[in-house]
Design a protein around this ligand. Sequence first.
Ligand SMILES: NC(=O)c1ccc[n+]([C@@H]2O[C@H](COP(=O)([O-])OP(=O)(O)OC[C@H]3O[C@@H](n4cnc5c(N)ncnc54)[C@H](O)[C@@H]3O)[C@@H](O)[C@H]2O)c1
Length: 314
Amino acid sequence: MTHVVITGAQGFVGRVLVKRLLSDGLGGRAVSKLTLLDIAFDAPHADRRVVQLAGSIAHADVRVLAYSTPVDAVFHLASIPGGAAEKNYALGRSINLDATLGLLEDLRGHTRPPRFVFASTVAVYGEQLPATVDEATLPAPALSYGAHKLMGEALVADASRLGWVQGCSLRLPGVVARPGDGAGMMSAFMSQLFWRLSAGEPITVPVSPEGVAWWISVEQCVDNLLHAATVDPERFNARRSYQMPVLRLSIAEVVDALAARFGDDRKALVTYAPDPFIERLFATYPPLLTPEAERLGLRHDGNVDQLITRAMSG
Ligand SMILES: NC(=O)c1ccc[n+]([C@@H]2O[C@H](COP(=O)([O-])OP(=O)(O)OC[C@H]3O[C@@H](n4cnc5c(N)ncnc54)[C@H](O)[C@@H]3O)[C@@H](O)[C@H]2O)c1
């Protein structure tokens, strides 16, 4: 009997994680019950192992229901994105910080502390990045979203010390390729590049071709989340927090690789209209060194071709 709980299960990463857990299990064991938490669900799930709980993780009764049978692993993915959290501080705090604490505290006293994997973010580093970011770089969040995620990392480490969970936080970079129009997200162009160019449709990107970003495919991201839930917890660092390895690629490198895959004419479909604000936020990333994360077994996509294949297979 393996019971896994996912918060934010209807989201971009959550949907791929659900598929993988149902098909491959967790750590070589089939999942017998998969409890999905989200505000609402599009449709009932066809798999009888799935229990959908519609409601907010801010509410204790929703969390208690999710934990009503013993839990082996929790993947905590639900969050209010940075822009929305800036516009509504109370909402951001309640989901990105308070609910994370609630999810951890509600696991106190369970006979066997479950694995707890928390989706943190590169937003913890803030805006003034050093010439190279590595695992000793001190976080300096520039948004409440990053600040609350950083506090969440500390809570996961403390709950692990207290023996409530066997926890680990992973800092996610920009994950591609999110389907749809990105719902107004400023980084939406990173995902839309994949879908538009593969479909032969034009796209205007708000950054220059030389702009450099950190990339990971959604499949690789899910591989890393699953690894964090199954690796020997004795191997975790004291912070219980890791930066996911990334591929550092310019926009032009990704466009060239998409053109090599889908047709050379695709390059002419891209119009560059750099917006200095978006360029600074999403296309000026320095090298990122992650040897500690790689020693734990976390990985990036390997090369841009794999990135494309795995970004579009979710
Ligand atoms: N996708 C990325 O590029 C990226 C980058 C850095 C960090 N992250 C983090 O990874 C996690 C997953 O990212 P994603 O892209 O799948 O996010 P997403 O926005 O697509 O999905 C988040 C899900 O959380 C749900 N949710 C929001 N408030 C909730 C609440 N009160 N109760 C229950 N569910 C709630 C939403 O309905 C949504 O389905 C998030 O925590 C995010 O902060 C993602």
